[in-house]
Design a protein around this ligand. Structure first.
Ligand SMILES: *Cc1c(COP(=O)(O)O)cnc(C)c1O
Length: 385
């Protein structure tokens, strides 16, 4: 069965009414027959049928068993971190999402969690940091915004040898291109704000696991800390998931064309896109991403200055200047001044975030229109300087 058929039919028809869309249960509590005698629902932080439907759908989509929906991607990351205790160590990909870096370094470090940022694009770099205190290996593949690829299978094997669990932030790849649990990861998480929601109109976070013990722990944390996703937004994520396969396939196809265009443009210094043969881990990406290389691209300019990048990002028409990604409308951003501003400049430069780096989120507009938009922006930007 094609993935999109499976996704559409994983969304349940309401048993009570036959409603073809999942009902929004906008309630805080549930009436009980006698104390503790209820229909499986007692308070909406603990359980909500709309959220339960989303959690089941995302679990299935990622090939896992248990799903959890949180208010934002960072709330989902926070819930996973709460499984740790003081003295535990994390090995994390070095150009991790800026918000995750802020949470790890500025909040969890002060509770005694030790974090090692490592270039995980060479699996062999990881082993030096693994020891009996390592509890999590935290990967993004592709990473944000430099689209680095790590070998999930190889790193999971190494991590498991010391008893560490592996988390994959699968936001960029999406469940359409990559299913980390099948590659040996223990947790997969998403910012549902991006491709799963797909329309830049909500914030959401999702976690999926296979293991029942991990699920019990996450359920306990979700209920104890309370960072759940509300029913209206659960409904919207479900609606986004209905079209995620068709959107992502279109975005990936256009991104390949746009990356090819950029790679030969005289004003471009280099292009980061896992679909290009020149990408360091192109072969690994091909293998672990079902031949889909994603809808995100970043590139830097020959004139590697902030000024040149700012002229470019204010010269496009269809690519709107905004943070976030993964929606139907194309977006672009300047990571060093926007998404990655909280990362110190030396750290940015060492992980490949040049002053002129520009990140594209390819939408579902026609690829040729997006290419002509970029083409005119190169010309216009030169005139602005
Ligand atoms: C956006 C994003 C997050 C955080 O998600 P929010 O929904 O904004 O909290 C985490 N990881 C990646 C890779 C992201 O792009």
């Amino acid at each position: 069965m094609h993935k999109s058929t499976r996704i559409i039919h994983s969304i349940p028809v309401d048993e009570l009414t036959g409603s073809i869309s999942v009902p929004i249960y906008q309630t805080a509590t549930y009436v009980q027959e006698a104390p503790g005698v209820n229909k499986g629902y007692d308070y909406a932080r603990t359980n909500n049928p709309t959220r339960a439907a989303l959690e089941k759908i995302i679990a299935e989509l990622e090939g896992g068993t248990y799903g959890f929906a949180f208010a934002t991607g960072l709330a989902a990351i926070d819930a996973i971190l709460k499984t740790l205790k003081s003295g535990d160590e994390i090995v994390a990909v070095d150009d991790i999402y800026g918000g995750a870096y802020r949470l790890f370094t500025h909040i969890y470090q002060k509770f005694g969690i030790v974090i090692h940022y490592v270039d995980t694009t060479d699996s062999s770099n990881v082993s030096a940091y693994l020891n009996e205190n390592t509890k999590l290996v935290w990967l993004e593949s592709p990473t944000n915004p430099t689209l680095k690829i790590s070998d999930i299978k190889a790193i999971a094997e190494m991590a498991h040898k010391v008893g560490a669990l592996v988390v994959i932030d699968n936001t960029f790849a999406t469940p359409i291109a990559q299913n980390p649990l099948e590659l040996g990861a223990d947790y997969v998480m998403h910012s549902g704000t991006k491709y799963l929601g797909g329309h830049s109109d909500l914030l959401a976070g999702l976690v999926v696991v296979k293991d029942e013990k991990l699920a019990e722990e996450l359920k306990f944390i979700q209920n104890s800390s309370g960072g759940i996703l509300g029913p209206q937004d659960c409904f919207l994520v479900i609606r986004g998931i209905e079209t995620v396969a068709i959107r992502v396939e279109c975005q990936c196809e256009s991104a390949v064309k746009i990356a090819d265009f950029l790679a030969t443009h005289p004003d471009v210094d280099h292009v980061n896109y896992p679909g290009l043969k020149s990408h360091k881990n192109h072969e690994i990406a091909k293998e672990q991403q079902n031949g889909l290389f994603g809808g995100m691209i970043s590139f830097s300019l020959k004139n590697d200055t902030e000024e040149a990048a700012l002229a470019f990002v204010t010269s496009t028409e269809y690519f709107k200047l905004a943070e976030s990604l993964g929606g139907v409308k194309s977006l672009l951003c300047h990571p060093s001044q926007m998404t990655h501003k909280s990362v110190p400049r030396e750290k940015r430069l060492s992980s490949g975030i040049n002053d002129s780096l520009i990140r594209l989120s390819v939408g579902i507009e026609a690829a040729e229109d997006l290419i002509s938009d970029l083409d005119q922006a190169f010309i216009k930007a030169k005139g602005l300087k």
